[in-house]
Design a protein around this ligand. Sequence first.
Ligand code: CTP
Length: 429
Amino acid sequence: MTTVGVPQNVQLPRNILLMVTGGIAAYKTCFLARLLVQAGFSVRCAMTESAQRFVGPVTMRSLTGHGVATDLWGEGDTDPLDHVDFARWADIAVVAPATANLLGKAANGIADDIVTTLLLAFDGPLVLAPAMNDAMWRHPATRANLDQLRTRGAHVVEPGTGWLACGVVAEGRMAEPEEILARVVALAQALPVRSEAERAALQPTGPLSGKRVLVTAGPTREPIDAIRYITNRSTGSFGFALAYEAAALGAEVVLVHGPVVAPVPRGIGDVVAVETSSEMAAAVRDHLQDSDLLIMAAAVADFTPVAPVEGKLKKESLGTSWNVAMMRTTDILAEIVGRHRPAGLKVVGFALETEDLLERAAAKMRAKGMDCVVANNPTGDQGSFGDGAHRVWLLGSDGVIWDSGSSDKARIAHGLMEQLIPLLDGDEA
Ligand code: CTP
């Protein structure tokens, strides 16, 4: 079970033409093909001759379940649809990786192979995921070609900075498959609905469909000066897993997260990235109104420096020891939710305790007006930090509702969200 990607019950009945050109990033396009299929899209693939030197058509055929268009002459591994049918069939076209050569040809309307011909025959939304050497990426010709394509409405998923095949760390590395998927999902959701059957298929299904779930995750970062900050060891992964499971159960999800290293799940709904506890408080306030359930899984800092400095504090000016004056942060649960709680909103909080876990968690639940609390002990073998085995308890007003037993975070998140379904049905969890 993974917490990254699109929950598998979200059906997107759209046709995606995935075109691959000749760059080493083609290996990442295999993951993209799988993610698109998992998201419920029908995917057909076309590959240039150079692309086939990096990844075989058999790989793409196996991943998409369809024959792959490899040339204009109906030879090779071609799908029964001909090249113009491919373009007519597709709702969205994606070129990943899009080489500098492809961008040049596409900008100028050249159609001398299967991919460029399909591009010229296709008039729907186009997603380009460029990948190339950094000098080629910066070259004025590439910039001009991209400007031209953007003017015509192409959606460019910008390459990132990272290890390039030419042996340098620079800009030009193809965007990650999850990022390209997110762009395709957003475009698919914005396409006009063509039939009632399609409208029904686009609605998330599951016991939480029609419910809005706001999840906070990760730590917050409280600035001391422009360089230094105070944070904690939360990775965000449990909150992410809960957001993913809520979406998989059909909920409309808003995920508010602090600065994290863990990959943020894609395609689950609105994702709001914040840094400080006051930004998190504001984001929760902004999204609270229409929510049915708030899950405060974030490890919000309890204290923040009283007077963060704009520039960098120099150690010479601080002396041999240094006291940072701190003040309490806004308690989002107790203050914001307590004061502005919309009618019907259910609230689940977390309690981290190293001693008297269940008693203290229950006291915290009552003090902060939570409906349920998830209790866990951050230390020891089954602690909440890191990726090993974990164990949590879900408590309601009548005591322990559920003991997860020792398991991994993704499974616990799955079980926990199932336990919370009755809470939203109006029954006690
Ligand atoms: N919380 C919050 N706003 C804060 C601090 C915490 O909304 N400024 C939320 C957390 O997201 C969590 C719950 O309150 O759901 C409990 O957190 P907290 O009161 O900090 O408890 P512990 O983490 O257990 O820490 P402590 O024992 O120090 O109170």
